[in-house]
Every structure is written in structure tokens, then in C-alpha cells.
Design a protein around this ligand. Structure first.
Ligand code: PA5
Length: 465
């Protein structure tokens, strides 16, 4: 079976020196806290950290599979209306499992997938102009059922559907994923008779990719969702041990913690060597940023903590970011995502053999070049004292993707323990949401609006242009 491999050789003091790399003593000191953190996270698996139970929820999976099967061949386009944890995983799975040209050439009768995680009128307006809503199934995803971005999209596309198809027929073009009880969406589902799935209690938005949040759209576009869950369950089993060196989630959480706390590296770069993996880096960026980026610790003290996640794509960003990474400030550590076995082999023709600059390429595989470039970057980073870890996918399959998603979720939950913060709330996001409600004139937010306007009127505008 394909197992994800975590190679941390070049994260150590041996590889990059004691100023930048982890020493035996530092790791040793985190052994018992790691085991304790794992116990704390595991103890909440049936309460508010139920993301740990998702790989085993085969009953829900069965209902999703049945629904997806019934929709087969009915829609040209699946459109996800959601944002943050209600969108990033959906896109990451699609990018990893389908051709980068899928939306142009959706093969094998599969629908296209569009994840419209913005309210930019140039995005939504363009979609309305170009795509006939009657060819679409809209998967409205919002755990809270109150997110302004998703709700406004729902209103826009619901109206477009009704205008095109009529009140009755439009219902077949909507499937909602939301909380079982709370929020405005659930009663709307009941009234309209939309198909729907639940975001289980105790599963936070950014930890929900393996729930109906990520699985419904995946099943609709032909991804083997059972494979995802099996991969996640496999990783869950691997991460049962309390031995720091045997448990990939504990190891990754320790790496992040030590890099920031002991080595002064606030920036965590995920360098995806694989076009297919690039949106996993986006998904992880949100997971870690919203979970660990916090003003207060659990005792209510101001700590202003958290890593700054940065995403890069190999080899593209070698010609954009790597100069900075190798020679810039020593404020970063790197996770290289690698694929051992790509699905395609592309041979480089043996032409222009009399030109040195081209001759060495002839007869080699593009995969060989890709691998050499990744290794080249790793070597350059290491020699420049930049700690890096490689997370390898033997192949990109549903099973290995499930392993990765679960690994990172558990690692971030453990990080929350090391950082001493609540990894499962997002007060900073709420603050922005409340301000937006106030500015949009939502009832109940008048006082906040008055505060914002008062602050504005006291500030001298300084504008150039
Ligand atoms: O992780 C989170 O909780 C957030 O990123 C949410 O997923 C995001 O804000 C969307 O929320 P909702 O699903 O309630 O619309």
C-alpha cells in the first residue's frame, strides 16, 4: 500500500547547523509534551474534535454515494458556493485528482467543477454571463448558514435558476450542505425541499473536508470518496502511537513548533512540487493560519502567535521565490511536497545534440528533470542553512490524499496544544464578518456601524491619486 513518507533529515542541526536545525535535545524536550498533546486531542474525538471520526462515517458516505449516483449524467457543471473551509478542500481534491485541463475537456462524462469562493462581481457576473444555470448543480456549502459571501451567491444563483427553470424545477439544481439545526439555510432547505447533507456537530469548517463539505462535490465529479476515507483512516491508525518519531502528525507539529519557538522562523513555506498538489498548499495555509494565528492563549494572555503560511509551486517559483528563500532572511522553514511516481512520462527529444545547452536534456524524461530540480532546490536550501522537510506521495491517489488531509488536520490540532491556544475558533474572522454586516446595514449591527463611522470621521484621509 502507498504510504506517505515524511523525511525530516534536512530539518536537523546535523544538516543545517544548530542555529537553524533541530537538535536532539530540543526534540527530546518535546517528546512528553507531544504525547500529552496527542492524548488531549484524542480525548475530544467524540466531542468538539470530531474530525477524527470522519474517516469512519461510512453511513454518511453511503448516502453521498447514492445521491451522486442518482445525479450522474444530469449536469454539465457542479458549482460550489462556499468559502474558506467550505471551499478550499473541494478545490484541492479536484485539482489533485483531475486533469489541469478538465474544465476545457471534461472527459468520461464527468461534469466540470467550479468553486466560486468570492463575491467579486467580475467573477460572479462573468459566470452568470457565460454559463447557463440549467446546466449546473449548485452545491451551497455553509456550516453556519450565515456567511454573507455564500448566502449572497445562493440568492443570486437561486434567482437565476428560478428565472430560467421556474420555482418548482429549480429545486433539483441545488444541494445544500449545512448544520443540522442552526443557521438560516436549514429551514430554507426544509421549505424548498432541496437535497441536503449535514456538517456534523463538532467538526469545524477548516477540519471538514472529509465530511459532506468536501465529499459531496468530490463524489459528483467522480472522485473515489471511499478511497479518501480509507486513506484518512490509515493515517489515523498510523498516528495512534505516542512515540514522537513514529507518529507523522506529532513530528510535523513538533517541527512547526520548534521552528517558530526555538529557531525564530515565523514563516512556513509549503513548496508543492506537483502542479496537482498546489491547492493542497492553499488548503493547508488556511488550516494552519486560522487555527494557530491567535491573539490570546488559553489563559487569556496576549501572545500574538502563529506561523505565516506561504505557498509556492515547484518548479514555477524557483524562478520567482527561491532567490529569497536561499539568500534572504533566515525566517522560514520549508515543507516540500513531492510525488514519487507521476502519472505521465514525457520524453525529451534528442535534438540539437551539437549544442551543449540542450544535448544533456535529450533522451531524458521530463519527470527526471522535475525530480532533479526539486532535489536541486532541496540541496540549495540545505547548503544555505534553510531547514526543510520532504513529504512524499508515492503516487497521487485518493488514498494518499486522504492520508495527507488527515495528517495535517491532526498535526494542526496538536500544534494548538504546543502553542497553548484554541485552534478551533476564529475570532479574527468573526470580527471582519461583523464589520461587513454593519457596513451592509444588517439589522442588529447598527451600533457597530456607528463605531466604524465615528472612527472613520476622526481619521485624516491620506490618499495618493
Ligand atoms: O474554518 C472555518 O471555520 C472558516 O474558514 C469557515 O469555513 C468559513 O468562514 C466559512 O464558514 P461557513 O461554512 O459557516 O459559511
Amino acid at each position: 500500500m502507498d504510504r506517505l513518507k515524511l523525511d525530516w533529515t534536512h530539518l536537523t542541526a546535523d544538516a543545517v547547523g544548530p542555529d537553524h536545525g533541530i537538535t536532539e535535545a530540543e526534540l527530546e524536550a518535546l517528546r512528553e509534551p507531544s504525547a500529552a498533546a496527542l492524548r488531549a486531542v484524542r480525548a475530544r474525538a467524540e466531542q468538539d474534535l470530531r474530525f477524527q471520526t470522519l474517516p469512519y462515517d461510512l453511513e454518511t458516505h453511503g448516502r453521498i454515494a447514492e445521491y451522486a449516483e442518482a445525479q450522474r449524467g444530469r449536469f454539465e457543471n457542479i458549482v460550489v458556493l462556499g468559502i474558506g473551509g467550505s471551499a478550499l478542500g473541494n478545490r484541492a481534491l479536484h485539482t489533485a485528482m483531475h486533469s489541469p485541463f478538465h474544465e476545457l475537456f471534461p472527459g468520461e462524462g464527468l461534469p466540470r467543477l467550479f468553486v466560486l469562493d468570492n463575491v467579486d462581481p467580475d467573477l460572479i457576473g462573468e459566470f452568470l454571463d457565460r454559463v447557463d444555470p440549467s446546466t449546473c448543480l449548485f452545491n451551497v456549502i455553509s456550516k453556519s448558514g450565515s456567511t454573507a459571501e455564500t448566502m449572497s451567491q445562493f440568492l443570486v444563483f437561486r434567482r437565476a435558476l428560478i428565472e430560467r427553470l421556474g420555482e418548482e424545477a429549480h429545486v433539483e439544481h441545488v444541494v445544500v450542505t449545512t448544520d443540522a439545526r442552526t443557521g438560516v439555510l436549514r429551514p430554507i432547505v426544509e421549505e424548498a425541499g432541496y437535497a441536503s447533507f449535514e456538517v456534523p456537530d463538532g467538526v469545524g469548517g477548516r477540519f471538514s473536508v472529509l465530511s459532506p463539505v468536501g465529499l459531496v462535490s468530490s463524489a459528483l465529479i467522480g472522485i473515489d470518496t471511499l478511497g479518501l476515507l480509507k486513506g484518512a483512516a490509515h493515517m489515523d491508525e498510523r498516528c495512534r502511537t505516542e512515540d514522537l518519531l513514529e507518529n507523522p502528525a506529532l513530528l510535523y507539529a513538533a517541527a512547526q513548533t520548534l521552528m517558530q519557538r526555538e529557531k525564530g522562523k515565523p514563516i512556513a513555506v509549503t513548496f508543492a512540487y506537483g502542479h496537482r498538489l498546489r491547492h493542497l498548499a492553499d488548503w493547508y495555509a488556511q488550516l494552519v493560519a486560522e487555527s494557530i494565528g491567535k491573539r490570546l492563549d488559553r489563559a487569556g494572555r496576549e501572545v500574538f502567535t502563529g506561523p505565516t503560511p506561504v505557498r509556492a509551486v515547484g518548479v514555477t517559483d524557483q524562478h520567482s521565490q527561491v532567490q529569497l528563500y536561499v539568500e534572504g532572511p533566515h525566517d522560514k522553514w520549508f515543507t516540500l511536497l513531492a510525488i514519487d511516481q507521476p502519472d505521465h512520462q514525457v520524453a525529451i527529444p534528442t535534438d540539437f545534440t551539437d549544442r551543449d545547452a540542450l544535448a544533456y536534456l535529450g533522451g531524458r524524461g521530463m519527470g527526471e528533470l522535475f525530480h532533479a530540480e526539486r532535489e536541486g532546490t532541496r540541496i540549495a536550501l540545505t547548503e544555505a542553512g534553510r531547514p526543510n522537510l520532504t513529504l512524499s506521495f508515492p503516487r497521487v491517489t485518493e488514498h494518499t490524499l486522504g492520508q495527507y488531509l488527515y495528517l495535517m488536520e491532526l498535526a494542526v490540532a496538536v500544534m494548538g496544544e504546543h502553542y497553548g491556544i484554541d485552534a478551533f475558533d476564529q475570532p479574527g474572522v468573526e470580527a471582519g464578518k461583523v464589520a461587513a454586516y454593519a457596513l451592509m446595514g444588517r439589522e442588529g449591527y447598527e451600533a457597530r456601524r456607528a463605531e466604524i463611522e465615528a472612527a472613520r470621521s476622526q481619521r485624516t484621509p491620506r490618499v495618493c491619486g
